[in-house]
Design a binder for this molecule. Sequence first.
Ligand code: PMP
Length: 399
Amino acid sequence: ASWFGHVEPAAKDPILGVTEAFLADPSPDKVNVGVGAYRDDNGKPVVLECVREAERRIAGNLNMEYLPMGGSIKMIEESLKLAYGEDSELIKEKRIAAVQALSGTGACRLFADFQKRFLPDTQIYIPIPTWANHHNIWRDACVPQRTFRYYHPETRGLDFASMMDDIKNAPNGSFFLLHACAHNPTGVDPSEEQWREISYQFKVKNHFPFFDMAYQGFASGDPNRDAKAIRIFLEDGHLIGCAQSYAKNMGLYGQRVGCLSILCDDELQAVAVKSQLQQLARPMYSNPPVHGALVVSIILGDPELKSLWLKEVKGMADRIIGMRKALRENLEKLGSPLSWEHITNQIGMFCYSGMTPEQVDRLTDEFHIYMTRNGRISMAGVTTGNAGYLANAIHEVTK
Ligand code: PMP
């Protein structure tokens, strides 16, 4: 008898499928703008210099003991300063319950499980579109999902009016997932003024904002600037949740280091919430991995290494911003009659180009350019060497 005969293969992940096809293509011209991981101007993965130095310091006195259930205290402390502000009163008042999480994904999932366990009657409002895994995370946590409008296909910008309508029309006290900066996949963020209006409306409606902050520092080059949305909500006195990841901004993708925090009314509540987050983690993975957390706490805990990190994260952001300019200028030079302003208006890892699935298919079939069929270009895959080739191909298929 076969126990597993009824198990069908799972649907292929659309992003990993792109990488597979790219690797199988023998063309010397091939370009991968599918994957959401930073590359240097030669298309190579990067290990930051601050990370290399932290590794050197660890090598001398490494032990492999378990971390506490909630993870590295030092890493959490530094993460909270990064998200809530260096001198945040909320940190001093110990009002934030926080645990180390398995990168941004794990932080989101832990929160979703917490939501299911302690607020079982709530739903989560998710922007359309969003990072596809958000849907999987809250689905597997058995939290019902609703959506709110976010992106305007014609302007390739924010559909602010519809977003505000959906916020107003949601039942009072709804949970919303917000991208703190560098919205994935659109690269479209609200302006500071718009964030203030959103925050105001959340107050009126008593909604709960959960910020997924996977790109702090990676968007503008300045972690404080990228935390602006969160700081606005804090100024307005909201209680918030926040998922942080060091995958992009420290290049620690495979180390799986992140932080989940939940701002509470007072210290007593924060202690209770933290203990319950640990209780959720215990039967899943017991305690989080030690190495990446050590790297992060060494870097953020040492003023010299921290300033090196700030320089390097700005370097990554600047390269991407530069490639946005290059791609747009090349398209304009080719005489494309279409508007490509959105390439430089959007921010972060991705450019939501507005190309159709059929146009993307032509890019792949005729030009060996690999990306997801939703038209999302990973700007990290664009280099000085391929920006012209890419622009020419985009121009050809959008004529
Ligand atoms: N949230 C968003 C919006 C993301 O784009 C990503 C990375 N693709 C993540 C969370 C999580 O990434 P990680 O688990 O590697 O930190």
